[in-house]
Every structure is written in C-alpha cells, then in structure tokens.
Design a protein around this ligand. Sequence first.
Ligand code: HEM
Length: 225
Amino acid sequence: MKFDWNTLAFLIFPYLSFAVFTVGHAWRYLTDPFHWNAKSSEILEKDSLKYASPLFHYGIVLTFIGHFGGLLIPQTIYDAVGIDADEHTRIAIVLGMVFGVMSLSGVILLLWRRRAKDRVAAASTANDTVTLALLLFVILVGTYNVFFGHYHLLDTLAPWIRSIVSFSPNPELMAEVPFAYQLHILAAFLLFAFSPFSRLIHIWSLPIQYLPRSYLLFRRRNYKF
Ligand code: HEM
C-alpha cells in the first residue's frame, strides 16, 4: 500500500473516524445513559429557537437524504430509470442549493443564539459551541461547493465514498478532486468522530414510537361548584 497524504486523508482517516464513531457511541451509551438527549434549551429561550431549529433540522435532514441518494446509489441505477448523469447533477445542484441555504441559515442562527441570548449563553458549554462551529464549517464549505464548485463528481467522489462504505477502498479516486470538496469531506469525517462526545447523539433516538401512538386527549374540566 502506498503511504502518502492522499492515502492518509481518504483511506486511513475515514476508517479511523468510523471506528471512533462506533466505539464512541457504544462507550457513551453504556457509561453516560442519563445524558443521552438533545439537551434542549427551549425552556431558556423560545422566540428565536422556534425559527432557527426547524430551519436547521429540515435543512440538515434533507441534506443527509440527498447525500445518501445522490452519492451512495450508483449512476447505473439512475440510468435504468431514465435519469442520465447531467440530469442527476442538475437535480443535485438545485436541491443542494435549497437545503444548503436552509441548514446554513439555521446553523448561523443557532450559533448566534448561543452567544447573544444571555440565558442560553450562560447554560452553554464549550462542547455546544464546538459542535455548532464544526457543523457551520462543514455546511459552509458544502454550500460554497454547490454554488461555486461546478465539479462533476459522479465518476470520482461518488464511487470513492461507495468504495469506502463497501470496504473495498480506492483512495486514488480522490487524488484529482478539487481542494474545497476534499476539505468538506475531511471536516465531515472530523464531525463524525466528534459526534459521540457531543449532543449529536440525539440523532439516533428518533422518537418513532410517537408515530403509531394513540392520541392523548386533554379535556377541560367543567367544575360545577
Ligand atoms: C433525526 C431527527 C432529529 C430530531 C428528532 C432532533 C431533535 C432535536 C431536539 C428536540 C433538539 C433540542 C431542541 C432544539 O434545539 O430544537 C435538537 C437540537 C439540536 N440538534 Fe437535532 N434532531 C434531529 C436531527 C439532527 C441532526 C441530523 C443534526 C445535525 C447533524 C442535529 C443537530 C442538532 C443541534 C446542533 C442541536 C442544538 C441546537 C442548539 O444550539 O440549541 N439534529 N434536536
């Protein structure tokens, strides 16, 4: 195996990040079960959170779905359903712009709120700020790429990420990818590795049992004295 910067960045670092991610979550779940939550600050300040949080969450969840659909599903499947590479790229750019701007404005508002709202600032830890700052960096570079990158990634970056997740890594595919895209990926893997030690653990506790749950009915009692 060649041992150069490209191998370090796009083979060793991603697997190291996955390892820390997996072991870190298991360790956190077993050693710190009572802090396994989103540490909601709604009780401290609601006026700006009610805009910032949904904007950010809708944006980031749709971005995740977009990354999954666009990068992990091979182009041959899209070709089979009549979406060629150019059409695929056009759809990815338009949706990426919309979801990118949503999550970017959301995370900027969340970070501003953490600093500007006294009660939230007083309850915030360095970990909260690092989490939001890392998210901001990953989203900012990703959104920059979608607006200004104009790089055709379906023959390099997309097969590279598939080679990583299928455990047949081919880091050479990343050698010619522009630096801004490489930076986005490296920052995202850093965020993955950091996430088990932050409030981001709440992502894995989606309350799906609420969907089929029957309604709770609250009725006003009419007291007759
Ligand atoms: C899977 C569905 C998700 C659910 C149900 C969920 C739920 C929540 C809840 C209840 C809060 C606390 C209240 C609030 O700030 O609105 C929160 C905060 C937060 N979530 Fe999520 N979340 C989800 C996904 C994500 C994802 C994918 C990310 C990022 C990768 C994320 C990042 C954050 C951050 C950074 C905060 C703290 C915001 C602050 O500064 O107060 N969440 N989430």
